[in-house]
Design a protein. Structure first.
Ligand SMILES: *[C@@H]1O[C@H](CO)[C@@H](O)[C@H](O)[C@H]1NC(C)=O
Ligand SMILES: *[C@@H]1O[C@H](CO)[C@@H](O)[C@H](O)[C@H]1NC(C)=O
Ligand SMILES: *[C@@H]1O[C@H](CO)[C@@H](O)[C@H](O)[C@H]1NC(C)=O
Ligand SMILES: *[C@@H]1O[C@H](CO)[C@@H](O)[C@H](O)[C@H]1NC(C)=O
Ligand SMILES: *[C@@H]1O[C@H](CO)[C@@H](O)[C@H](O)[C@H]1NC(C)=O
Length: 318
C-alpha cells in the first residue's frame, strides 16, 4: 500500500501508491459521478440566454447517470498509462440520442510529477489522479444545447468542502484562463480537487475550442457508499455527502454543437495541492517588459511577499 518514493506530506511515510490511488478512484468514481440517483447529466437550451444566467437556459429533462449502462472497467484498465475508462449510455434512450454517442470518465494516475500534454495541463504529482469527462457523439436536443453535470463528493465533518477560486497572471498552460478553482477538505490528511474553469469543444484543445465552465458551491446531498470493499475501507466513517453543479459553455462562442464533443478534466489528490510557479514564458515576458531594474524590483517584491507569507502562516494573499 505504501508508495516507493518515501515520505510525502499529509500521509506521512505511508502515502498511497499511484496504482492504489487509481484503483481507489476507479472504484470511487461510481460514487462521485456514476450510479447515484441524484447524479445527473444536464442539458439546457442556451439559444436565448445571456452569459451570466444560471441555469444557462431552459432545462431539458436530465439524464440520470444511475440509469446508464457502463462498460466493464476491467477491460479498459491500462497499466502502462495507469488509466481506465468508464464509458456509458442511457439504458432507456427512446430518441436514440446516444445511438452514436457516449459519456466517458477516464481516470489516470501518475507515477511522478509533471503536466499532461493537453490543456489545461494542471501540474500533477504522484499523490494525484486526473479525471477527464467527455461527452462525445450524443445528439443534442436543441441547436444550442449547453451541458452540465452534478458531481457528488464526500463531506467533511459537519461541513461541505470549501470552494475556492485562485487568480493568476499566467495562462501559459491553459490559454486565456487565469483562474484555478479548487475544493479543499480541511483536516489532515486533507484532500483536494482542482480544475481550470475551462472545457473544450474539440478533441484538439486550444483557444478556439475553449468554453467557460461554471461551478456552484457544494450543498449537502443524500447518497450511499458503493459496495466496493476498498471504498468502504477508506470512507466507512464518512456519512455525509455533498454535491455541486458544473455547467459548460455559453450561448455564444464555441460549443457542443460544433463537433458534438465536450471534454473537461479535474485533478484529485491527497495532501497539499500542487502550486504552480510562474512559467518560463511569463518570466521571460516580464524580463523583456520590465527590463533589469524592474526585475530587481520584482525580485524584491517576491522576497517581501514570501516573507509576508511566512509571517501570516500562508494565508492566501489577494
Ligand atoms: C428569444 O427571445 C426573443 C426576444 O426575447 C424572442 O422573440 C424569441 O422568440 C426567442 N426565441 C426562442 C427560440 O425562444
Ligand atoms: C469484467 O471483465 C473481467 C475480465 O475481463 C471479468 O473477470 C469480470 O467478471 C467482468 N465484470 C463484470 C461486472 O462483468
Ligand atoms: C448514427 O450513425 C449512423 C451511421 O453513421 C447514422 O446512419 C445514424 O443516422 C446516426 N444516428 C444518430 C442518431 O445520429
Ligand atoms: C435549428 O436550426 C435549424 C436551421 O437554422 C432550424 O430549422 C431548426 O428549427 C432549429 N431547431 C431548433 C430546435 O431550434
Ligand atoms: C443542480 O442543478 C439542478 C437543475 O438545475 C438542480 O435540480 C439540482 O438541485 C442542483 N444540484 C445542486 C447540488 O445544487
Amino acid at each position: 500500500m505504501c508508495g516507493r518514493e518515501g515520505p510525502r506530506r499529509g500521509w506521512g511515510r505511508c502515502a498511497p501508491s499511484p496504482l492504489l490511488l487509481l484503483s481507489l478512484l476507479a472504484s470511487a468514481a461510481p460514487l462521485a459521478l456514476l450510479g447515484e440517483e441524484t447524479r445527473q447529466l444536464f442539458e439546457f437550451d442556451g439559444a436565448n440566454t445571456s452569459e451570466a444566467t444560471q441555469p444557462p437556459g431552459d432545462p431539458y429533462p436530465p439524464y440520470s447517470l444511475a440509469k446508464f449502462s457502463w462498460n466493464n472497467i476491467t477491460d479498459s484498465l491500462d497499466p502502462a498509462t495507469l488509466s481506465a475508462t468508464f464509458r456509458g449510455h442511457p439504458t432507456d434512450d427512446p430518441a436514440g440520442a446516444f445511438a452514436n454517442g457516449s459519456l466517458a470518465f477516464r481516470v489516470q494516475a501518475f507515477p511522478g510529477s509533471g503536466r499532461p500534454a493537453q490543456p489545461p495541463r494542471l501540474l500533477h504529482s504522484a499523490d494525484t489522479c486526473q479525471l477527464e469527462v467527455a461527452l462525445v457523439g450524443a445528439s443534442p436536443r436543441g441547436n444550442r444545447s449547453l451541458f452540465g453535470l452534478e458531481v457528488a463528493t464526500l463531506g467533511q465533518g459537519p461541513a461541505c468542502p470549501l470552494m475556492q477560486e485562485q487568480r493568476s497572471i499566467d495562462d501559459e498552460y491553459a490559454p486565456a484562463v487565469f483562474q484555478l478553482d479548487q475544493l479543499l477538505w480541511g483536516s489532515l490528511p486533507s484532500g483536494f480537487v482542482q480544475w481550470r474553469p475551462v472545457a473544450f469543444s474539440q478533441s484538439q484543445r486550444g483557444r478556439e475550442s475553449a468554453l467557460p465552465c461554471r461551478a456552484a458551491p457544494p450543498h449537502f446531498a443524500s447518497a450511499h457508499l458503493p459496495q466496493s470493499p476498498i471504498v468502504r475501507a477508506f470512507f466507512e466513517s464518512h456519512n455525509n455527502f455533498c454535491a455541486f453543479n458544473l455547467t459548460f459553455g455559453a450561448s455564444t462562442g464555441p460549443g457542443y454543437w460544433d463537433a458534438h464533443y465536450l471534454s473537461w478534466s479535474m485533478l484529485l489528490g491527497v495532501g497539499t495541492p500542487p502550486v504552480d510557479a510562474l512559467s518560463p514564458l511569463v518570466l521571460g515576458i516580464m524580463v523583456a517588459a520590465l527590463g533589469a531594474p524592474g526585475l530587481v524590483l520584482l525580485a524584491g517584491g517576491l522576497f517581501l511577499l514570501l516573507g509576508h507569507r511566512r509571517w501570516s502562516e500562508y494565508q492566501p494573499i489577494n
